[in-house]
Ligand binder design. Structure first.
Ligand SMILES: Cc1ncc(COP(=O)(O)O)c(C=O)c1O
Length: 363
């Protein structure tokens, strides 16, 4: 008897493990494992969410017209060049599946977001990783890996979990060095956290090139990961392909209505950017003062290097025992590191206290 067999590539996938979140009832839990906004969404978005329940018996607008209008207005973009999705994850998967398949290659930096590899494998294409320099994507090493099979280059700017980024000049050099038929997908999931003036979100390139897209999410600074909402901006031909490939009602009306209020509350977004930046700086300074190397980050997380995998695992166990959940990044080939989401001042203080305690015990 011949049993059902999945397409080649599927069984090579190591399933994505989300940040630890379950806790014993009543136990203290400080969740810094999934790069969420500890303050949650804008009160205006929450109010819109409550009101959205009035229309649950109707299908959503499959084209997300009002949401695309709002995004376009706030960001100074064209609504027709936007497609919305159930998280930027969905859009990333659709893009890879639409443009790459068996025999094709999808290229990304060696410490890239794990979903890049997962979607590449599920499309049947081959993932190709380009070495980084000091945990930063490297334009020359990416270009050196391009072959006539390359269909897409994926780059998070800034990147998760390293927090590093390419400047606009570097992104342009990457684009200029790629053949025109290769799509450059710039994943700006953390764009709303960025303070550095030379860290672009990719919208300039996505708005001007015929082969470059930018992806954004409402899961991070907007504080709405449970809703599953993201968007892509790019040339009309690619957006058309995405609209053909997506399911007709891929974004719920609740997500659309809440997303409109969230994106329009620019004062809240600015305040969250400021709060995250301040807390990220002080967390970086204080963890560094304890003697650990912290990689500079433009995201809502820091990556701490504990020098050995054993020390990182022991520190993780120590934090876990105190109800503090951070992310081990072994799957990102960084077993000596832990990624810590920037929390509230109280949460960050608890992390620092627990780390100092660990070091006192080890001394
Ligand atoms: C770089 C990067 N891209 C995309 C995503 C996925 O975001 P979403 O919740 O919109 O699917 C994440 C989430 O962690 C991320 O870190």
């Amino acid at each position: 008897m011949t049993l059902p067999t999945p397409k080649p590539g599927i069984l090579k996938i190591e399933p994505y493990k989300q940040g630890k979140y379950a806790t014993a009832a009543g136990a203290r839990c400080i969740k810094l494992s999934s790069n969420e906004n500890p303050y949650g969404p804008s009160p205006k978005a929450l109010e819109a969410y409550r009101q959205a329940s009035a229309e649950l018996h109707r299908y959503p607008d499959g084209s997300c017209a009002a949401l695309r209008e709002a995004i376009a207005e706030v960001h100074g973009l064209y609504p027709d060049k936007i497609v919305c999705g159930a998280g930027s994850d969905e859009l990333l998967g659709l893009l890879i599946h639409a443009y790459a398949g068996p025999g094709d290659e999808v290229l990304f930096p060696e410490h890239a977001f794990l979903m890049y590899k997962i979607y590449t494998l599920s499309s049947g294409a081959t993932p190709i990783e380009a070495p980084e320099k000091n945990l930063r994507a490297d334009v020359d090493s990416l270009l050196a890996k391009v072959t006539d099979k390359t269909k897409l280059v994926l780059l998070a700017n800034p990147n998760n979990p390293t927090g590093s980024y390419l400047t606009d000049t570097e992104l342009q050099r990457l684009r200029d060095g790629l053949p025109p038929h290769v799509i450059l997908a710039i994943d700006a999931a953390y764009a709303e956290c960025v303070i550095a003036e030379d860290c672009p979100d990719g919208s300039r390139l996505a708005g001007s090139a015929e082969n470059t897209v930018m992806m954004r999410t409402f899961s991070k600074v907007y504080g709405l990961p449970a809703l599953r909402l993201g968007w892509m901006y790019g040339p009309a031909a690619i957006i058309d392909v995405m609209n053909r490939a997506r399911s007709p009602f891929n974004v719920s009306s609740v997500a659309q209505i809440t997303g409109i209020a969230a994106v329009r509350d620019t004062a809240y977004t600015a305040e969250q950017r400021r709060l995250n930046g301040t807390q990220r700086d002080s967390l970086t300074d204080e963890v560094s003062a304890l003697g650990w190397h912290v990689y500079p980050s433009e995201g809502n997380f820091i990556l701490v290097d504990f020098q050995t995998a054993d020390t990182a695992a022991a520190m993780n166990a120590h934090l876990l025992a105190r109800g503090i959940y951070v992310r081990d990044v072994k799957a990102y080939k960084l077993p000596q590191c832990l990624r810590i989401t920037v929390g509230t001042p109280e949460e960050n203080a608890a992390v620092l206290e627990a780390m100092a305690e660990f070091m006192a015990q080890a001394a």
